[in-house]
Design a protein around this ligand. Structure first.
Ligand SMILES: Cc1cc2nc3c(=O)[nH]c(=O)nc-3n(C[C@H](O)[C@H](O)[C@H](O)COP(=O)(O)OP(=O)(O)OC[C@H]3O[C@@H](n4cnc5c(N)ncnc54)[C@H](O)[C@@H]3O)c2cc1C
Length: 579
């Protein structure tokens, strides 16, 4: 599935000539990289090169319900963590990352969530001048946004129309979605727009989509401009393997690249202005380390000459969830026959992107609540629920003979997955080879601190309460009390049971951040300053999700778009461009 690429895409590296010079080089065409390429190329005098290891975005990635099939496909770097005994039952956890134009915004679940205003005020309090909510980041969320839902867009303090990134509710909603929302409401959750003034509560979420099709940042920012502007070059299937930095002056002046499919294809390109690393939270730190920027001990062991000793790869954290609370759904949305399936295919393809394929099933609901540690008076919840659809018995799914996952829209079970929004634990990632094609080693250290287990346990308990609501009973949502492997000796619902279930069924929310931490000069762990410049190296910046000093309290795609937007203005300003 998703293995095909066009001949033009595969031959893209040949369009790059060894030794060429540009004004800016961006390493990585993901969420932030596409935003940057689009915004920097607004300056007609600047020649911008975007290098992306993956290929062009395939049409299949546009279908919302098919998101599950993108994981472990050729569009995914297919990372796995190192096994640790406090998570994923002691096994490696799956950490997908987009390897395609648009990066993770091309394979993600499209949930549009900016996080909490207090997250950004905290960044600012840490010394990151200019990154507070009201004046520092809200203007950039709004600059990017083209909100399609009039009931949300009318709140012009928080929302806007006319930006590159379309945001709105999916055209299709199945009958379970309003019932799930009602269930949360019965428990006292308020209906909110969590991208607006109030966060704690439940929302029929908005997504990075346009009329039933995914809008990655490639589709939103790059596609509309790349063929109209002759000062932007986009090269796919090329991996940046090293940043070229003068050892004496410590000035970054170019990059080495290697063809992703044909490694004989290689060369160097140069930048008159900045090199911008936008390779994401796993690959950005890897690229810096390969280039001599990182922990001295690591680099010396691998005989990589040290340019700058920095805590690259540290401060790794993510929203950690677990699959411990599942409900069978009375109103199964599975197709009864192949005829139903083809009806849905026709609705989607011929009927202007309508029908079940134009949505993501129960995943359209997000709710926020507080654990015992959160201050309830602050509207700063520390638990987020995702409502993940699945087929209870995939052998009975009608898809068993096909090598694809069941689309999100067909399900008879929902996992109410709480995620720890502000984890105490920090992990790290490192390299054990100077080969740029070797995989970095990821140590998330999830649930290393008991407080994180307490928070998720409070989330499980809150999710179980839904079973008592009238709407869940009336609609035959049945709590599945089957214990996860390794927990059957414990009584369902006890504290020990929840701790066991968290460790056995750990699930990343796919939001790793923090590995090239932004911080003031006084922060010994900082890799970039608040202008996103790498400490100790000139003309080198990191602009992507890896710079977050502390993870935002929500999904991380919208914040990565904001970082791209704000980063572009920071760069423009530093070169005297009037904004
Ligand atoms: C499966 C999945 C589901 C998710 N669901 C959601 C969701 O619903 N909502 C949400 O808000 N967030 C979601 N996220 C998280 C969100 O998408 C990411 O936080 C965000 O996309 C990160 O943006 P980025 O620019 O930092 O990195 P990325 O978007 O990952 O971009 C990095 C890019 O750099 C390229 N690259 C890497 N190394 C090199 C190299 N050496 N040379 C050249 N190119 C390179 C990569 O191929 C990639 O295109 C999800 C993520 C995943 C993986």
């Amino acid at each position: 599935f998703f293995k095909t690429q066009t001949p033009a895409d595969l031959s893209s590296p040949a369009k790059l000539r060894d030794g060429e010079t540009f004004d800016f080089i961006i390493a990585g065409g993901g969420t932030a990289g596409c935003v940057l390429a689009s915004r920097l190329s607004e300056v007609p005098d600047w020649k911008v090169l975007l290098l992306e290891a993956g290929g062009e975005e395939p049409l299949e990635a546009d279908i919302p319900a098919f998101g599950q099939n993108l994981k472990l496909s050729a569009l995914d770097w297919q990372y796995w963590t190192q096994p640790q005994n406090t998570s994923c039952g002691g096994e490696a956890c799956q950490w997908p990352r987009g390897k395609v134009l648009g990066g993770s915004s091309t394979i993600n679940d499209m949930i549009y969530n900016r996080g909490n205003r207090l997250d950004y005020d905290h960044w600012s309090d840490l010394g990151n001048v200019g990154w507070d909510y009201e004046n520092g980041v809200l203007p950039y969320f709004k600059k990017s946004e083209d909100n399609l839902d009039p009931d949300i867009a009318r709140d012009i303090k928080y929302h806007s129309v006319g930006g590159y990134q379309s945001v709105g509710r999916f055209p299709y909603t199945d009958e379970n979605v309003p019932n799930i929302i009602k269930g949360f409401q019965e428990l006292g959750y308020k209906r909110v727009d969590f991208n607006g003034p109030h966060v704690t509560g439940v929302m029929h979420l908005q997504a990075t989509q346009y009329k039933g099709e995914r809008r990655s940042t490639n589709g939103a920012y790059l596609e509309p401009v790349r063929r109209l502007r002759n000062n932007i070059r986009v090269i796919t299937n090329v991996r940046v393997t090293k940043i070229l930095i003068d050892k004496g002056t410590k000035v970054a002046h170019g990059v080495e690249y290697v063809g992703e499919k044909d490694r004989r294809f290689r060369g160097k390109v140069y930048a008159k202005n900045d090199i911008i690393v936008s390779s994401g939270s796993i690959n950005s730190p890897q690229l810096l380390m390969l280039s001599g920027i990182g922990p001295k001990e690591t680099l010396e062991t691998l005989n990589i000459p040290v340019i700058k000793d920095l805590k690259v790869g540290h401060n790794l954290h993510d929203h950690i969830g677990a699959f411990a609370v599942n409900y069978f759904v009375g109103n199964s949305t599975r197709p009864n026959s192949s005829r139903d399936f083809f009806r849905d295919a026709t609705l989607y393809s011929r009927n202007q992107r309508t029908g079940p394929w134009s949505g993501i099933g129960s995943l359209s609901v997000v709710a926020y609540t507080n654990s015992r540690y959160a201050n309830k008076s602050m509207d700063y919840p520390d638990i987020q629920f995702s409502t993940i659809p699945s087929v209870a018995d995939s052998r009975d799914s009608g898809f068993c003979d096909v090598d694809v996952a069941v689309p999100w829209c067909y399900y008879n079970r929902i996992t109410f997955m709480p995620a720890v929004l502000r984890p105490k634990c920090r992990g790290y990632l490192t390299i054990n080879s100077s080969d740029p094609f070797a995989r970095p080693l990821i140590y998330p250290n999830s649930f290393c601190d008991h407080q994180d287990l307490d928070v998720i346990s409070d989330g499980f308990k809150a999710a179980v309460k839904l079973a008592d609501t009238k709407v869940f009973k009336d609609n035959d949502f049945r709590l599945d009390k089957t214990p996860p492997a390794g927990c059957s000796h414990l009584q369902f619902g006890t504290d020990d049971y929840w701790v066991c279930a968290a460790i056995q069924t750990t699930h990343s929310n796919y939001h790793p951040v923090g590995t090239c931490k932004m911080g003031p000069p006084t922060d010994p762990d900082a890799v970039v300053d608040p202008q996103l410049r790498v400490y100790g190296v000139k003309r080198l910046r990191v602009i992507d999700s890896s710079i977050m000093p502390v993870i935002t309290s929500g999904n991380t795609n919208a914040p990565s778009i904001m970082i791209g937007e704000k980063g572009a203005d920071i760069v423009k300003k530093s070169y005297g461009i009037k904004l």
